[in-house]
Write a protein that binds this ligand. Structure first.
Ligand code: ADP
Ligand code: ADP
Length: 228
């Protein structure tokens, strides 16, 4: 699914202090691409992802998702958009500790109107043989695979990933990036990845660089590399 931001602003107010977290942000993200969002801490990366994901409302400007404008969406429509269209991946996996792998993925399946087959997805992320394990019995890389399965089983058009490899060692992180690339190619899912890791930029179709709330650079990669 394609995303188009035009002059998007987001200001956080806490008491007297105002933080201009997004300043006139304009960007096109074409359908079926992998996009890397790079920049230092506090530069507005999460805010950008959150306004695209309908977690946060922007203050001005327009956000178009395919043909739909997020700007005037009611809270109810925004909730449906989050549930049915999007998948979220976080640095800290956010699995439910008292549920098995299969039960965690079932949570995603229940949210969706047109879920994919659970075993098929578990197999694709390489976790089918561990479906009865609990999160504490898994390595970090495996927990992130389960989190990806939970997002994927919803059959999302757009996968929003906030530092998906931030808690993993380099080798495991590369495997997770390979999996995200495979997801992008297999399901035609648009994938946005926030990262501190410049290496991720090399595997993306498009790179967005942020600083102090502004998009300071955006370019297409002619030949995205494999994470290996
Ligand atoms: P990044 O993801 O690049 O680290 P963020 O989007 O999280 O940056 O933050 C951008 C700026 O907005 C920072 O200065 C941050 O402190 C501020 N900010 C983010 N979320 C909130 C919030 N909920 N309330 C107040 N300020 C916030
Ligand atoms: P990955 O590269 O997918 O992160 P690892 O090489 O870290 O996998 O782990 C290999 C195996 O060791 C896994 O199958 C996992 O079950 C087990 N393992 C790793 N870390 C832990 C842990 N903290 N607790 C229990 N089992 C673990």
């Amino acid at each position: 699914m394609s995303i188009e931001l035009t002059d998007v602003n987001k200001i956080y107010k806490s008491g007297e202090v105002e933080v201009h977290a997004l300043k006139q942000a304009s960007i096109d993200i074409p359908d079926k691409q992998i996009v890397a969002i790079l920049g230092p801490s506090g530069s507005g990366k999460s805010t950008l992802l959150n306004v695209i994901g309908g977690i946060d409302r922007h203050d001005s400007g327009t956000i178009k998702i395919d043909e739909d404008m997020l700007d005037n969406m009611t809270d109810k429509t925004l909730t449906e958009y989050r549930r049915h269209t999007l998948g979220f991946i976080f640095q800290q996996y956010n699995l439910i500790p008292t549920l098995t792998v299969q039960e965690n993925v079932e949570v995603g399946r229940q949210l969706s109107q047109n879920p994919l087959n659970m075993d098929d997805i578990l197999e694709k992320v390489g976790m089918l043989d561990k479906k009865d394990k609990f999160p504490f019995q898994l390595s970090g890389g495996e927990q992130q695979r389960v989190a990806i399965a939970r997002a994927l089983v919803k059959n999302p058009r757009l996968l929003l990933c906030d530092e998906p490899t931030g808690a993993l060692d380099e080798e495991t992180g590369k495997k997770i990036l390979s999996l995200l690339k495979y997801v992008n190619e297999t399901f035609d899912t648009t994938v946005c990845i926030i990262t501190h890791n410049n290496g991720i930029g090399e595997m993306a179709h498009k790179v967005i660089r942020m600083k102090s709330g502004e998009i300071i650079e955006a370019y297409e990669n002619e030949a995205p590399l494999d994470p290996e």
